[in-house]
Design a protein around this ligand. Structure first.
Ligand code: ADP
Length: 382
């Protein structure tokens, strides 16, 4: 049975087609509804005109048939959809039913940027693929069993209950995947491991994973909390929000955009959100942005070591985590005091284990595969 994994964003559709654990095709339709749309599949990119998501899906299905990845749409046994925010309702992956769709629609209020395009992807696949089973896999689900002391915000409890305000956490499929891989690399059952997983991409989060369960994570009610990210501020003094709204005469929407789209690495440096550009820029503002990023990350690792009463291994993953030896080294330098020793050569080569054998904590580089995890969840669910 072939499984299609879909991650539909506001202007993109990422997909992967699996047969068992093998990727038959993987790609991205980008800049949907924007001039210069592209379709990248299996290493080839072409310019296309994709004014809206359904046109993107139709192009994808036509490509899969023309390239003989599938003979007909009937070859697709199930579709697994990434849905970013599961809110308080979804504690694990679910088959998509009318009730599930209604609950996802309800969650638009707490995830206005992410859940609407995820939902649209579900509707379009239902329309095109008819009765093929579809499963929703939530970024928040892996974190659902965090203890109350980790997920509770210190606000009036009546408001927290009224709106479902708590730390939810995101990147759950990625953290879960790399932690399982870490256990395999370390040849130790995951039930015996205390792991700190650092997912460092355009969005960044850290998770403390004890015995295979997430016990704390840096993103919160929304994916804005925690680490410094490409364009997101991460943690700030909450009083800044009312201060800037008042003094800059901002609407709440403008304030939201400021913290989500104009802050983070881009905001500090004034140069770029892209780590490669910042690391090669040579400008002092770029260097400061990198310093702030790494310092915040190291502080979270320290905090999660205390939260778990120890740490066996730190995992680096996603675009920055998998590729930037500099960021890994700068981060690990803060942890020398705790006996962490890096093997600089292995670090330069992005090897799976980059700590020295004498190090008290292992340090791992594990490429994330969120689509693989979504595929596994989809199969397990069926
Ligand atoms: P997304 O969260 O959108 O999936 P990625 O996981 O692809 O993003 O990560 C994107 C980030 O990874 C960008 O900031 C990019 O600059 C960074 N990155 C990719 N390759 C490198 C590299 N060789 N060195 C440093 N940063 C890198």
């Amino acid at each position: 049975m072939k499984i299609l994994v879909i991650n539909a964003g506001s202007s993109s559709i990422k997909y992967a087609l699996f047969f068992k654990e093998k990727v038959l095709s993987r790609g991205l339709i980008d800049r949907i509804g924007i001039r210069g749309s592209t379709f990248s599949a299996d290493g080839k990119t072409t310019g296309v005109n994709i004014p809206f998501h359904e046109a993107g899906f139709r192009l994808l299905f036509a490509y899969l048939q023309e390239s003989k990845k599938i003979q007909s749409l009937k070859d697709i046994g199930a579709v697994g959809h990434r849905v970013v925010h599961g809110g308080a309702t979804f504690k694990k992956s679910v088959s998509i039913t009318p009730d599930v769709k209604a609950a996802i629609r309800k969650s638009f209020a707490i995830a206005p940027l992410h859940n609407p395009p995820n939902y649209e992807g579900i509707l379009i696949c239902e329309k095109i693929l008819d009765s093929v089973p579809q499963v929703a896999v939530f970024d928040t689900a892996f974190h659902h069993n965090m203890p109350a002391k980790a997920y509770t915000y210190a606000i009036p409890r009546m408001l927290a209950a009224k709106y479902g305000i708590r730390k939810y956490g995101f990147h759950g499929t990625s953290h879960q995947y790399v932690c399982n891989e870490a256990a395999r690399v370390l040849r130790t059952p995951i039930s015996k491991l205390k792991l700190i997983s650092c997912h460092l991409g355009n969005g960044c989060s850290v998770a403390a994973v004890k015995g295979g369960r997430s016990v704390d994570t840096s993103m919160g009610f929304t994916p804005l909390e925690g680490l410094v990210m490409g364009t997101r501020s991460g943690d700030i003094d909450p009083a800044l929000v009312s201060f800037l709204i008042e003094h800059e005469h901002l609407t709440t929407k403008e304030m939201d955009a400021l913290l989500n789209k104009q802050s983070g690495m881009l905001g500090i440096s004034g140069i770029s959100r892209d780590f490669r550009e910042l690391l090669s820029s040579g400008k002092k503002e770029a260097a400061l942005a990198v310093d702030v990023f790494v310092y915040r990350l190291a502080k979270y690792i320290g905090a999660y070591t205390a939260a778990m009463q120890g740490c066996d291994a730190i995992i680096f993953t996603a675009g920055i985590g998998e590729n930037s030896a500099v960021v890994r080294e700068k981060t690990c330098n803060y942890l020398k005091y705790a006996g962490l020793l890096l093997d600089r050569q292995k670090n330069q080569k992005n090897k799976p284990i980059i700590s020295s054998p004498r190090s008290k904590m292992k340090v791992l580089v594990i490429p994330t595969q969120e689509d693989m995890m979504i595929m596994r969840e989809t199969v397990a669910h069926l």
